[in-house]
Design a protein. Structure first.
Length: 328
């Protein structure tokens, strides 16, 4: 059995933001919150997944920086020669932290889901600090990504939301539409319609082309909703499901999931040898999750899987249901 080349290591359940769009499944299922793995256990995981072909580890949470032993964990992953990524809301990032991570060839992804709407969206009034992080990383040669979750709240200021991080030194832009899940299930009124999703594409392409910087839409979308797929030169739009194929997740308690949006725990990491026989995992590998409405589509499998399968699971109860964008 080969694992995907990329693993997301969710290090903690803790977070110091209260984002309206948070899609972590455990945010509306407290029973999923259990003991967090120790640094020693994570080191064992790194050695194990290395045997199965994993090459890159992206650290997230919750808020990964809240782990007091984060540097110990990063050190071991670096020693084993993994490519490293870190996703953070930036609240606890300071000069001392940047000095510590500067020695790693690490890609730092910082969440900036709004400018004027930042506090409304996250519950924290520190957008100035976030923009300063991009400046500081640029000075230190640390590669950064502006990670923007797009909702009905911040759509109206999306141009500025993309442009300001770039002006402050961000090297890449990752856009994700707001997906229902976790705390986000309480805020489904902020889901984007198909027209608004295309507006997101157009605004992003305009800013990126003017800046000469590339970006992409992370969570896959149904290909059929893209009104003019050939017009985007700087924006890459994902439309094939990557879960269990290009990446997978180990959560803070050590359970394997097909992706970060999934509420389904498959097995503990200590049982990883049996993953190839797991029915749920294999449905993703074999793409046995296509919605009925998509089964005769000319784009099926070559360009599209019908949108985000785990968003359909969380919102409608089945990974074979329609993508939530069609609800709007």
């Amino acid at each position: 059995m080969k694992l995907p080349k990329v693993m997301t290591a969710e290090l903690t359940y803790r977070c110091n933001h209260r984002c309206l769009f948070c899609s972590c499944p455990r945010e509306n299922q407290p029973k999923l919150k259990e003991n967090e793995l120790s640094a020693k256990e994570w080191k064992k995981i790194f050695a194990k997944v290395k045997e199965y072909g994993v090459q890159q580890i992206t650290f997230s949470g919750g808020e990964a920086i809240l782990r007091e032993d984060l540097f110990e964990i990063l050190e071991e992953a670096d020693r084993l020669d993994f490519s490293l990524g870190l996703i953070s809301n930036g609240k606890n990032i300071d000069e001392d932290f940047l000095r510590h991570i500067q020695k790693y060839d690490l890609l730092l992804s910082v969440s900036v889901p709004g400018i004027e709407t930042f506090e409304q969206t996250t519950g924290s009034d520190n957008v100035g600090h976030i923009l300063q992080i991009f400046d500081q990383c640029n000075e230190r040669g640390i590669r950064t990504v502006a990670n923007i979750a797009v909702t009905k709240i911040n759509l109206r200021e999306l141009y500025e939301n993309i442009a300001l991080p770039l002006l402050h030194g961000a090297k890449y832009v990752l856009l994700n539409r707001f997906l229902p899940g976790g705390r986000g299930l309480e805020n489904t009124k902020y889901l984007l319609s198909v027209d608004e999703i295309n507006q997101m594409f157009d605004v992003a392409e305009e800013v990126l082309s003017r800046a000469g910087v590339y970006g992409h839409i992370g969570t896959e979308l149904p290909f059929c909703i893209i009104k003019d797929p050939n017009k985007y030169k700087y924006l890459n739009i994902s439309s094939l499901c990557a879960a269990a194929k290009r990446f997978f997740v180990i959560d803070p308690s050590g359970y394997i999931k097909v992706c970060n949006h999934s509420p389904k725990r498959l097995c503990k990491w200590t049982e990883i040898d049996s993953l190839g026989k797991n029915e749920y995992w294999n449905r993703f590998i074999a793409r046995e999750y296509i919605p009925t409405m998509c089964q005769k589509c000319e784009y099926l499998y070559t360009k599209c899987d019908g949108g985000c399968r785990e968003a359909a699971h969380v919102y409608f109860g089945d990974i074979s249901d329609k993508d939530p964008c069609f609800e709007k």
